[in-house]
Write a protein that binds this ligand. Structure first.
Ligand code: SF4
Length: 344
């Protein structure tokens, strides 16, 4: 039965009705998606919109999704934690997570009664896969009585073994909230070194890296600056320290997007995954984006075709064992308490 559903996907026609229904999205994406490509995307967007209503589903798109997904079919857009939190507040029965596996797990942890789907189970993450729950337990034995702070880019079982989670925007605040001289900070080596540069708390790190951000170099950034002297450089803290040293602003994906909206720089370079610039450019047409391009192969496994198939077949469902889910959720909630306590 499911095979038949996928055959029908191949045959979606670009009709006049589809063109008319999707015209407002095309208008918004002019300059971001070549118009000649639109007949390839529009039939899927149109059909996905219909199925979303039938299934009472919401589509969540991470900032690194391609513009036809991010602006074409997503109901909620942003970083992984804000997506999971907003989705939990909706009345939807089904969440389709357009991002990678740990993000879908986070959505399931915060919405245990909803069906959470990921369109491609192979969408993993080098950072999340660098560490397991057993590794965390071994670190606890090696550094007894040292709290464990875990970046949200981790699997549910790693979160479950942690004291508290953090994001790239609140990492320093979370570390300092513990009131300790030393913490274990997992798993991103470069985010840990950035946090260490911003606090007096001793940081014990781990050798996890994002395969996208670790590839940027300081010389690359200097090259952009030589070409465009008024260039504003925004960098994600998963980049190597020498890259961050060249940046005008260091922050999360949401922080970078907000920076562009608030400051409207004439020229900007976002040192992060490729699609981020395309998505922010669509909403800030007055800013010219220099687009250093390192693609996340895991994020790019999510396509319109796979989203449609996911809604048709209700696959692939994400499940998190109840006991792990409860403990992982506690670590996330402790982080949210820190934000509330500071009014942040
Ligand atoms: S961009 Fe990096 S951290 Fe994000 S999913 Fe890809 S590999 Fe993981």
């Amino acid at each position: 039965m499911r095979q038949e559903a996928s055959t029908s996907i191949e045959d979606l026609p670009y009709t006049a009705a589809v063109a008319a229904a999707t015209q407002p999205i095309l208008d918004r994406l002019r300059g971001v998606i070549p118009e000649v490509e639109w007949p390839l995307h529009a039939p899927y967007i149109h059909r996905i919109e219909q199925l979303k209503r039938d299934r009472n589903a919401v589509i969540l798109a991470h900032n690194y999704q391609t513009p036809e997904i991010f602006h074409g079919v997503a109901d909620l857009r942003g970083d992984s934690l804000s997506l999971a939190m907003e989705a939990a507040r909706t009345e939807a029965d089904v969440i389709v997570l357009c991002g990678v596996h740990f993000m879908a797990e986070t959505a399931k942890i915060l919405s245990p009664d909803k069906t959470v789907l990921i369109p491609d189970l192979r969408a993993g993450c080098s950072l999340a896969e660098s560490i397991t729950g057993e590794d965390v337990l071994a670190l606890r034995e090696r550094y007894p009585d040292t709290p464990v702070v875990t970046y949200v880019n981790t699997s549910a079982d790693v979160k479950a073994e942690s004291d508290i989670c953090c994001t790239s925007s609140n990492a320093v605040q979370v570390v300092e909230s513990l009131g300790r001289d030393r913490v274990i900070f997992l798993p991103d080596e470069y985010l840990a070194s950035y946090v260490a540069s911003q606090t007096d708390v001793e940081i014990i790190g781990w050798q996890g890296r994002c395969e996208v951000h670790e590839r940027f170099t300081a010389e690359e950034v200097r090259g952009y600056r030589r070409a465009i002297p008024d260039l504003v450089v925004l960098a994600h803290p998963e980049c190597p320290p020498e890259v961050l040293a060249e940046a005008d602003y260091v922050g999360s994906t949401s922080g970078m997007a907000n920076y562009v909206t608030e400051h409207s720089p004439e020229h900007v370079a976002m040192i992060t995954e490729c699609s981020m610039s395309d998505n922010v450019a669509a909403e800030n047409p007055e800013t010219e984006f220099i687009r250093p391009c390192n693609l996340c192969p895991h994020m790019k496994r999510i396509t319109l075709k796979r989203i449609l198939r996911s809604l048709e077949t209700m696959e692939h469902r994400i499940e998190v064992e109840r006991e792990i889910s409860i403990r992982a959720r506690s670590a996330v909630e402790r982080m949210l308490e820190v934000g509330r306590g500071s009014g942040g």
